[in-house]
Design a protein around this ligand. Structure first.
Ligand code: SIN
Length: 488
């Protein structure tokens, strides 16, 4: 295998699918590219549809023993997995940066963020409570128990190659389900390193499986249509989520979908402008803007738009762009050339329609996959970049005059994942929180993601929640026991 991985523990670099506790050889392989340099990092085995079926069958076989373990036993194993991830977090971060591009400090944060779900659900699995309900007849009792739903299949994206797996797997495993994940073909190494650590943590064979392959369509069909998969969970675009949901309908699987977003970021006239600028920098330029919950439309009250734009420009000009392996860089590459071209096209179209380029708007000198952090003003909500996920480091500013107008504009999208606003008046805070049609609202705060909170969207941003006590429900069945013959 080629370097320059330079890991403390070279066994974390795996290049085969992990199925039923074993590394599985394949006939063919595909390359993993470093988006910062566009060089091939290594090759990984290309799993076929048969390999995916094998993983599902292994997960089905492993299910009864795993489900029968006590919550404490499962928690102890998950805790071991968590400890190993923390112990190897520097190596995991390096692998993540190499294959995904985000700067090392951000990659390390993602590893800790992902691990926090494993720690959190290990504990929460001990609190899967049932119910007793007053019955309608004196000789019966109504009891509700919760049971693991069964084999869970997941497809996860390249933008958070560790955390999106950990967030789903932690809840599924804590609930007593077994798990098969197909990570993005762009970022298989982070997923396989997680499998290596799951193996070391002693997770039983078949409980956690990772199938890496280049043919997303074929692999997705198996995972969404195999009758032994009880639940399917996906993080990715709305278009693909709709297709996968349709495929799941053939066997009526329970689905949860964490799909695209088009987050408004609203700055009201009474906002703390510096706090809003800092919040926007963190939200918009994290992961080079390749985040489902990143701010996509920046609505600023017209009385402060000039001041806000000036402060934002100053802050953006402090951001370093370049290879994520240099920890001093803040913005890494776009994942592919196509991704960069899409962003650039949206920027050009908006300028052609009257938007004003304030900063950036071009490919950066750091390399072909790097897009310069960009600010556009005089944007309207009808422009394509305000109606679609930009998925790049571009901040389009739209000015507004009153609360009703901005709420209507913010809600004028089929998406409903995250929204943010900055205001001080308590009446504004409450009214706007209630009226925004989004699953998550950051109020004077843009760092909203954490293991204790329910992550998820409404409208075409999906369904289900990840993280928090609600996150377990997606992996549990409710079973009603009606006990009769109990006397008068
Ligand atoms: C996402 O892009 O959907 C994940 C972002 C997060 O978990 O903070």
């Amino acid at each position: 295998m080629t370097k320059p991985f330079d890991l403390n523990d070279n066994q974390l670099l795996r290049n085969q699918s992990y199925i039923n506790g074993q590394w599985r050889a394949t006939d063919t392989s595909f390359p993993v590219i470093n988006p910062a340099t566009t060089q091939i990092l290594t090759h990984v085995g290309d799993a076929t549809a048969d390999d995916v079926v094998t993983a599902v069958v292994a997960a089905k076989r492993a299910l009864p023993l795993w489900a029968a373990k006590t919550a404490n036993e499962r928690a102890n194993m998950l805790r071991r997995w968590y400890d190993l991830i923390i112990e190897h977090s520097d190596d995991l971060a390096r692998l993540l940066t190499l294959e995904q591009g985000k700067p090392l400090p951000e990659a390390k944060s993602e590893i800790l963020y992902g691990a926090s779900f494993i720690e959190w659900f290990a504990e929460e699995g001990k609190r899967i409570y049932g119910d007793t309900i007053p019955a309608n007849a004196s000789h019966t009792k109504i009891i509700v128990i919760k049971q693991p739903i069964g084999v869970v299949a997941a497809i996860t994206p390249w933008n958070f190659p560790n955390a999106m797996i950990a967030r789903k797997a932690a809840a599924a495993l804590a609930a007593g389900c077994s798990f098969v994940v197909r990570p993005s073909e762009y970022t298989p190494l982070s997923a396989l390193a997680l499998a290596e650590l799951a193996d070391r943590a002693g997770l039983p064979k078949g409980v956690f499986n990772v199938v890496v392959g280049n043919d997303a369509t074929t692999m997705g069909k198996v995972l969404t249509q195999h009758p032994d998969v009880a639940k399917f969970t996906f993080t990715g675009s709305t278009a693909v989520g709709k297709l996968l949901t349709q495929q799941c309908a053939t066997t009526v699987k329970k689905v949860s979908m964490e799909l695209g977003g088009n987050a408004p970021f609203i700055v009201f006239a009474d906002a703390d402008i510096s706090a809003a600028v800092a919040g926007l920098i963190a939200s918009k330029y994290r992961n080079a803007g390749q985040t489902c919950i990143c701010s996509n439309r920046i609505f600023v009250h017209d009385s402060i738009v000039a001041k806000f734009t000036a402060e934002l420009s100053t802050a953006v000009q402090q951001l370093n762009i370049g290879d994520g392996l240099n920890a001093a860089n803040h913005i890494g590459p776009m994942i592919t050339q196509q991704a960069l071209d899409n962003v650039h096209q949206l920027v050009r179209d908006s300028i052609a329609q009257g938007a004003v380029l304030h900063l950036g708007g071009h490919v950066d000198q750091a390399g072909t996959h790097f897009y310069a952090p960009t600010i556009l003003t005089h944007v309207t909500n009808r422009m394509a970049l305000a109606q679609h996920e930009i998925f790049g480091p571009v901040a389009p500013i739209i000015s507004f005059t009153d609360e009703d107008e901005v709420i209507a504009l913010a809600n004028d999208t089929p998406y409903g994942l995250a929204a943010y606003f900055y205001a001080r008046d308590i009446g504004t805070v409450w009214r706007v929180s209630e009226k925004l049609e989004f699953g998550m609202i950051g109020i004077n705060e843009s760092a909203i993601s954490n293991a204790a909170a329910p992550f998820g969207g409404i409208k075409e941003s999906g369904n289900g929640r990840e993280g928090s006590k609600y996150g377990l429900d997606d992996y549990l069945e409710i079973k009603y026991l009606c006990m009769g013959g109990l006397g008068t």
